[in-house]
Design a protein around this ligand. Structure first.
Ligand code: PEP
Ligand code: MN
Length: 356
């Protein structure tokens, strides 16, 4: 990705030159912050450092952020690095006034705050008159109106340099992601509010650092206007979100690997709709496979109880034939159906053996 020079008065815009915001999940110590800012300042594509100053923890007992001390360290660094901006999460009017007092350049409202219209209203009122850029993460639940509503509350208070951040949605079983991306929701967001820049936070969607790059690319392919990525000088020893943070050098190569495709050779809305359907079907396939494996483990327990052999050749022959025939009726290639049925059966046998 190129250097993001934004030559207009607003920080956020609908753009072919996506803004990159990166930084630690949490500010932990003055030295940790200084180290990450020093490295990030050398990556030209990054326009702003994200800093977790107050950390919303789902369960009590974890690290809750350094609060005002972190703001002090940020204010000191701002004097040293005059071209880089700093942003932090705010979750109350008190936090807004502290962040403003320390000269923070931008703020964001977190997913656990966006769900609460009273709180968002109070935060918006505290921001009123500040002209500060503000981002709003999607609420933890997949409610697009709650998300748009929070942005509208900011606009009603005269905050117009705004952006939305897609960070995925909480589900009971999220099948490999920390938060289910449900891409159809940010796509619908863009349709309903094409005027509001939309950023993607791949770090909180995937929860594991090796998936940050493909998710970031997916977001760029869907015409997002920026990326919001967690970056820590020593991710494995981070006090929060250790598994999803990347080092500054990983961030730099990740940003180099991303491609901004902006050709209009195909009608993008059709492509997006089809991709969205595929993603949804793939998720359902995994959900069904997971359900099938759980049932298979139960069958394993019954076989064990009754001293039955795990592999029953006649039953297997019958299942395979049934599947190939059913597949043919659905227009599927017999060899393909045979291959996937064998794979699924093999995994069932493996699971049943494991639970012996
Ligand atoms: C964060 O950005 O560190 C954070 C707490 O994110 P979210 O509100 O998306 O969970
Ligand atoms: Mn985090």
């Amino acid at each position: 990705m190129k250097n993001s020079q934004h030559n207009h008065s607003k920080l956020f815009s609908i753009t072919d030159n996506p803004i990159v915001i990166a930084g630690p999940c949490s500010v932990e110590t003055e030295a940790q912050l200084a180290a990450v800012v020093r490295s990030i300042a050398e990556i030209p594509a990054v326009a702003m450092v994200r800093c977790g100053v107050w950390k919303p923890r789902t369960r009590p007992g974890g690290f809750e952020g350094m609060g005002e001390a972190a703001l002090r360290w940020i204010a000191t660094l701002k004097k040293q690095y005059t071209t880089i901006r700093f942003c932090c999460e705010v979750a109350s009017p008190e936090q807004v006034s502290l962040a403003l007092r320390y000269g923070i350049d931008a703020m964001w409202i977190g997913a656990r705050t966006t769900v609460n219209p009273f709180l968002v209203g109070d935060i918006a009122a505290a921001l009123s008159g500040s002209a500060i850029p503000v981002m709003v993460k999607n609420p933890v639940n997949p409610d697009i109106n709650l998300w748009i509503g929070a942005l509208e509350r900011l606009q009603k208070n005269g905050i117009n340099d705004i952006a939305a951040i897609h960070r995925g949605f909480s589900t009971y079983n999220n099948f490999g992601y920390r938060n289910n991306p449900l891409w159809e929701i940010p796509i619908e967001f863009k349709r309903l509010r094409p005027d509001i820049p939309l950023l993607c936070d791949p770090s909180h969607i995937c929860g594991q650092r090796n998936l940050v790059a493909p998710l970031a690319q997916m977001a760029l392919d869907l015409h997002f206007d920026g990326l919001f990525i967690e970056c820590h000088p020593d991710p494995d020893n981070a006090l929060t979100d250790a598994s999803q943070q990347v080092t500054p050098s990983q961030l730099s190569s990740l940003l180099h690997s991303l491609v901004v495709k902006r050709n209009n050779d195909y009608p993008p809305s059709d492509l997006l709709r089809f991709r969205q359907q595929l993603d949804s079907i793939d998720t359902q396939l995994l959900q069904l496979l997971s359900q099938r494996m759980r049932i298979s483990a139960n069958i394993g327990a019954i076989k064990r109880h009754h001293n039955m052999a795990i592999f029953q050749p006649e039953r297997w022959q019958q299942v395979l034939q049934q599947q190939v025939e059913a597949g043919q009726r659905l227009g599927l290639d017999p060899q393909f159906v045979k291959d996937i049925t064998e794979k699924i059966h093999g995994e069932s046998i493996r699971l049943q053996n494991e639970t012996q």
